[in-house]
Design a protein around this ligand. Structure first.
Ligand SMILES: O=P(O)(O)OC[C@H]1O[C@](O)(CO)[C@@H](O)[C@@H]1O
Length: 241
């Protein structure tokens, strides 16, 4: 694992975005795996800026998001689709034929999970997967205890995760109880993984990734089994290293 220690959120966002910019520039038909949450907001801002400044051709890239809540209309303000539209798809003018995210509004989320997994496979897999990490070490919505070989599937969210994400909703009750997420097996199939971690809330998870044993108790430790992981970590998240 390559560990890039940076001073703060801003530097993490800029440096990781520069890395993605260079990969897109070199491989215009790259298949990106993307993430939502507070962590990558700065990353998307810089990546959009770099691509626009260089007038990079983004018409051939494909993007696949990690996860989506079940029971939210894609157009609802809290859906991960809306997040992606605002931070990445619209600023770059990406079209619906190149941006993919599980549809959490369907009547059969298990069927949707299978369809999504198959879609990734048919596209040839993911070249580089961006990840954030939950305070309990979750990646995507793969909570502690998730088998590492799982593919895209439906999950029941931990109350701690619903609490952590309640800030995006009017009240905790509005936070969906379930989601569709790429499985850890799906994530590990990406050729390259780039993980962003900022802030002291992430320090335990980063400690486990770098110094802990591989264990389903900390889903992030699955990345120890991947041959090409780059971690961008700021001072606060690296506090226990
Ligand atoms: O970046 P944040 O908002 O701290 O969230 C951390 C993780 O939680 C999730 O948003 C899911 O709860 C992940 O997608 C993300 O990587």
């Amino acid at each position: 694992m390559k560990i890039i220690k940076v001073s703060d959120y801003e530097e993490m966002s800029r440096k990781s975005a520069k890395m993605f910019y260079q990969m897109i520039d070199q491989q215009p038909n790259i298949r990106l795996g993307l993430a939502t949450g507070s962590t990558p907001i700065g990353f998307y801002k810089y990546l959009t800026e770099f691509l626009q400044a260089e007038e990079t051709d983004v018409s051939k890239l494909l993007s696949f998001n990690l996860d989506e809540y079940i029971g939210l209309d894609p157009q609802s303000p809290q859906s991960f689709y809306t997040f992606m539209k605002e931070h990445f798809y619209q600023p770059l003018g990406l079209n619906q034929g190149q941006t993919f995210i599980p549809d959490g509004s369907v009547s059969d989320p298990d069927e949707e999970s299978k369809r999504y997994e198959q879609h990734i496979r048919e596209a040839g897999g993911i070249d580089v997967q961006l990840l954030g990490v939950g305070t309990n070490g979750h990646i995507g919505f793969n909570e502690p205890g998730t088998p590492f070989n799982q593919r895209t599937h439906q999950v029941k969210l931990k109350e701690s995760t619903r609490d952590a994400n309640a800030r995006f909703f009017d009240s905790k009750e509005d936070v969906p109880t379930h989601a569709i997420t790429m499985g850890i097996g799906t994530i590990l199939d990406a050729k390259k993984v780039v993980l962003l971690a900022s802030g002291e809330r992430k320090a335990d998870a980063i400690y486990q990734l770098v110094n802990g044993e591989v264990s389903e108790d900390w889903p992030i430790t699955a990345l120890k089994n991947h041959p090409d992981v780059t971690l961008f970590v700021d001072k606060d998240a690296a506090a226990q290293l």
